[in-house]
Design a protein around this ligand. Structure first.
Ligand code: G6P
Length: 603
């Protein structure tokens, strides 16, 4: 949540900061700002809106030579938590005297009390943010100890802050330095001490290839090489952060899925210290799309490994009182490895003696520091806010895990395993064949254009796929969408179907029905007939060769034949393409949907 970039070095800081911010914009994009430090002090420019708006603002000020000559600065792109997205609330923030400028990610939970105390002492606040207290606290500390250097001042105020923070701080009295520190919110620092950022892409685009994932509560000052930390080489390819000819990252990432599927299925759990015979209960904890992948994992582990499995939304799990002991395996599923609720759920699990297995896409992320065992889902950098390829990778990795647990517990015959693995090996080509049908899929998706609501129905893994399909549509098109277990629609949701569809097929409520070859196929057909009888316009996702479905509805998307357990991977592809198509047709920015952010590092 929110993006931080800091730079100090021989070059003009502004271009480095701005190009870094652009790489981090997926983390938040409702306001942006930059502060530059030179011998004359700090100059700050900020604005509501995106980084491109900040660039316009800077272009208007291009005569200010300090903006281009300064070689030290901090920058921020924001996802508002406290206070509306306006210029005053944009970062960087300063105190009353302008000695310090700070950018902050996270939440200062006790900011109200701190602010009150500071205001009582005469400090004047200019924003509604929690972050501004940091700048005033620094100023207060400097007033109390005029001889203290910048690092000492930062260290003085940190114990006063409750909550989570990643901070980059400029001090007018420390030319050429940027002070960085974090607590429960990530910061990655270039090993040569030239840069820091809240995520790798900002560093990669500046050519940094050796980094330190800054441990909690360790203050570093940019401007000197880092010593005493574990240095990691980055092998992420810069092209991963480019559009590469696609109109948006989401489409690019959708098209990467054949390769992602190939990598994900290479995961092997046999080398991990899972103690499979010891496991008596499994939880899958996650948020958002990862939670939906977790639901599929739950069903497969339960079915094949015959273990009680519960999938829980991490924000509920962490505040519930879930039963856990040393025989419990908690699978923490998080693409970013940074989601605050999933991290806290994992910490809770460990404190109760459970073993935590993290499945993540970001090695070095915070979940990798919390978990006992880490598995890389290998989906490569995902930039679009709406998760696509990471979902497919998660589902495949969970399927492999379920197979592994079942085999280790002696519950799967070699023939069964061979059969599923053979079908799995076909997935990359099958995903590609669906991508090749994009135009056809988009023609079918036209049926949902301008709908007030789109309903999704399915059974078993088909229902879980619907949950993810509806989430994708909501996230990026802002069209109301809701997924239901098809067997449940007659217990309430069917009332949503407007009878107008009986007479007016154009205005009929669209219902996307997953009716692939499944044990419950016949029941699904009955459910389709039920909604059609009430006037719904059914868009069916069915298995290739299903002629019966074409008699029920003209709007059919066919997916290649696969085993029921792998169907969610293939059915996800048309769901993603439908959501993106509707969002684009409605004129939305699919990569940066309103109000959302890619990494939710606050509760
Ligand atoms: C945010 C993103 C979602 C994502 C969720 C969980 O809400 O917008 O796309 O599914 O966080 O993220 P994680 O990184 O933990 O998988």
């Amino acid at each position: 949540m929110c993006g931080i970039v800091a730079y100090t070095g021989a070059n003009s800081a502004l271009p480095v900061l701005i190009s870094g911010l652009k790489r981090l914009e997926y983390r938040g994009y409702d306001s942006a700002g930059v502060s530059l430090l030179d011998d004359d002090g700090i100059v700050t420019v900020k604005t509501a809106g995106k980084v491109s708006d900040l660039e316009k603002e800077l272009a208007d000020l291009s005569e200010d030579i300090r903006l281009t000559s300064a070689t030290c600065g901090i920058a921020h792109t924001r996802w508002a938590t406290h206070g509306t997205p306006c210029t005053a609330n944009a970062h960087p923030h300063s105190g009353c005297k302008g000695r310090f400028a700070i950018v902050h990610n996270g939440i200062i939970e006790n900011y109200l009390a701190l602010r009150q105390a500071l205001e009582d002492q005469g400090h004047h606040f200019r924003s509604d943010t929690d972050s501004e207290v940091v700048a005033h606290l620094l100023e207060q500390a400097a007033g109390l100890d005029p001889n203290a250097d910048s690092a000492a001042l930062v260290k003085t105020i940190l114990p006063k802050l409750q909550g989570s923070y990643a901070l980059a701080i400029l001090d007018r009295d420390s030319a050429g330095r940027v002070f960085c520190v974090c607590h429960d919110s990530p910061l990655v620092v270039a090993a040569d001490g030239s840069m820091a950022a809240s995520d790798l892409p900002a560093l990669i685009c500046a050519g940094v290839n050796e980094v330190v994932y800054l441990p909690d509560d360790q203050l570093v000052g940019l401007g000197r090489p880092l010593t005493g930390f574990t240095i990691k080489r980055i092998d992420t390819d810069l092209t991963e952060a480019e559009h590469s000819g696609f109109p948006d990252f989401m489409l690019k990432e959708i098209y990467e899925q054949p390769a992602v599927a190939k990598y994900a299925m290479r995961n092997d759990f046999s080398n991990l210290d899972l103690n499979t015979r010891d496991i008596r209960r499994v939880y899958v904890v996650a948020c958002g799309t990862s939670y939906h992948a977790g639901l599929i994992g739950r069903d497969l582990i339960e079915k094949w490994a015959q273990l009680p499995v519960d999938a829980r939304v991490a924000s509920e799990f962490r505040y519930g009182n879930p039963y856990m002991d040393e025989h419990t395996l908690v699978i923490a599923l998080t693409q970013s490895g940074e989601t605050a609720d999933t991290l806290e759920a994992a910490k809770l699990a460990r404190s109760r003696g459970a073993k935590v297995l993290a499945l993540t896409n970001v090695l070095g992320s915070r979940i990798t520091q919390v978990a006992d065992i880490v598995v890389n889902i290998q989906a490569s950098l995902e930039i679009a806010v709406a998760a696509t390829k990471s979902y497919v990778a998660q589902v495949i990795v969970l399927t492999k895990l379920a197979l592994y647990l079942a085999c280790a517990r002696g519950l799967l015959t070699p023939a069964h395993l061979t059969n599923i693995e053979a079908q799995m090996a076909l997935l990359p080509d099958q995903i590609q064949s669906l991508l090749d049908q994009r135009q056809t899929i988009e023609q079918v998706a036209c049926q949902c254009l301008n709908a007030h609501t789109v309903l999704y129905i399915g059974r078993g893994v088909g229902a879980t796929t619907c949950l993810e399909g509806a989430l994708k549509l909501k996230e990026i098109s802002y069209v109301h969408a809701e997924a239901f277990y098809a067997g449940e629609i007659k217990h309430g949701p069917i009332a949503l179907i407007d009878p107008i569809g009986v007479t007016d097929k154009v205005k009929a409520t669209p219902v996307i029905a997953v009716a692939c070859a499944q044990a419950t196929y016949d029941k699904m057909i009955s459910n389709i007939e039920e909604v059609q009888a009430r006037g719904a316009k059914v868009i069916a996702i069915a298995s290739e060769g299903d002629e019966h479905i074409a008699e029920l509805t003209p709007h059919v998307i066919y997916i290649p034949h696969t085993s029921e357990c792998l169907m969610p991977v293939l059915a996800a592809i048309p769901m993603q393409l439908i959501a993106r198509y509707i969002a684009v047709e409605h004129g939305q920015n699919v990569d940066q949907p309103r109000n959302l952010a890619k990494s939710v590092t606050v509760e």
